[in-house]
Design a protein around this ligand. Structure first.
Ligand SMILES: CNc1nc2cc3c(=O)[nH]c(N)nc3c(CCO)c2[nH]1
Length: 373
């Protein structure tokens, strides 16, 4: 156990990195996938199961928790870890992205964002300082700066305005966060799909000597090759000894290609949200369990998996549950999908350790392409 936040870069294999973040609440093996636990729950999962799939850290959301049950109430109840019974690290997003995508945004200016709650229509204001205060009240281990993420495509001057303001907000968040040894505040690189703005953002954030750096403003509708090119532009400018977190990414293919370019941390609702809609991720690619071809298939999704949802339940039963809109269908597919994502991350980490990440990537993509037998 360390009382500090410590990132160790253990090994690289071409562009891929093997590392470990040590924090008071535990260690995070990187490259890491963080299941999204937006309102204090990874939807349709028990957190014991989430842990069992191999997750070292989960993500929470300032925006949702400030609206309900409110950060002050979570603090009165002993903090988020105690409330949800997850004693391992939690990373919280700062709320900016969720305000843009979920709330009735009323105003965005230098001071912060003013918005109407999507829960009850009440009016709220969030400044960089208030976002850090909320994340502190929640007891978050890794806190994100408040930023402005611009959806793509967007006008260059819009992208520049949002990037520059996010830099000023990063400075304000750093001051508000102060010095909390066992915790970390990450900056978020913005700059849209414009290389020069990405470089400017990454260089300026690097000057702040933060404990980690997120790549934001991506996975917002741009093609994969644009996302990957922004990584190739941005990552060389960031300090090599600090963790890099690609926000909101992604599919298994996105993850492989982003690891190859030097990303250490990922979060995405894909495995859980698509699981609730009947989509299964497996080592042989995606399986839409709603499809009639599964109706009498008594095979499990993956007989070699260590996850009960993948190994013990027939496709026929999963098909029936999903077609019947039964809660157990979404629960079992979410469990299968998170287990598959963690199995992929484990395979990535092992391949980097053994200097065979390029082969692992090619073999994995080939098996997906072969399709579900
Ligand atoms: C699904 N795609 C996605 N792109 C993102 C981009 C951002 C971003 O630029 N800033 C912040 N604070 N959060 C982001 C999040 C939520 C976390 O998953 C994103 N999620």
């Amino acid at each position: 156990m360390t009382e500090n936040f410590q990132f160790t870069l253990e090994k690289t294999d071409a562009g891929a990195r093997l590392g470990k973040i040590s924090m008071p609440r535990g260690e995070i093996r990187t490259p890491a996938f963080m299941p999204v636990g937006t309102v204090g729950t990874v939807k349709a999962m028990y957190l014991d199961q989430v842990r069992e799939t191999g997750a070292d850290i989960i993500l929470g959301n300032t925006y949702h928790l400030m609206l309900r049950p409110t950060a002050e109430r979570v603090a009165r109840l002993g903090g988020l870890h105690k409330l949800i019974r997850w004693e391992h690290p939690i990373l919280t997003d700062s709320g900016g992205f969720q305000v843009m995508s979920l709330s009735g945004l009323r105003k965005l200016d230098e001071q912060g964002v003013t918005f109407k709650s999507h829960v009850d229509g009440s009016l709220h204001h969030m400044s960089p300082e208030r976002s850090i205060e909320i994340q502190g009240l929640l007891g978050s281990d890794i806190q994100m700066q408040l930023d402005e993420c611009v959806a793509l495509p967007a006008e260059p001057r819009e992208i520049e305005r949002a990037m520059e303001m996010s830099l000023r907000w990063a400075e304000r968040c750093r001051v508000a966060f102060g010095d909390q040894p066992g915790k970390a505040m990450f900056g978020i690189v913005q700059g849209g799909d414009i290389p020069a703005l990405r470089i400017r953002s990454a260089e300026a954030l690097s000057q702040l000597d933060l404990k980690g750096y997120a790549i934001g403003g991506l996975a917002v509708g741009e093609p994969q090759d644009v996302m990957l090119r922004m990584l190739e532009t941005t990552l060389p400018v960031l300090p090599g000894q600090k963790p890099r977190y690609l926000m909101g990414v992604g599919t298994p293919d996105d993850i492989l290609k982003s690891v190859a370019r030097g990303i250490d941390m990922f979060d995405c609702v894909m495995p859980t949200r698509s699981g609730r809609h009947g989509l299964a991720f497996t080592r042989r690619g995606k399986v839409n369990i709603r499809n009639a071809r599964h109706a009498e298939d008594m095979r499990p999704l993956d007989e070699q998996s260590s996850c009960p949802a993948s190994r013990d339940y027939s496709r026929a039963y999963l098909h029936h549950l999903v077609r019947s809109n039964e809660a157990l269908g979404g629960m079992l597919l979410s469990w299968n999908n998170l287990a598959y994502y963690q199995e992929l991350m484990q395979g990535i980490r092992k391949a980097i350790a053994e200097d065979r990440f390029a082969d692992f990537m090619a073999e994995t993509q080939e098996e997906w392409a072969r399709g579900d037998l």
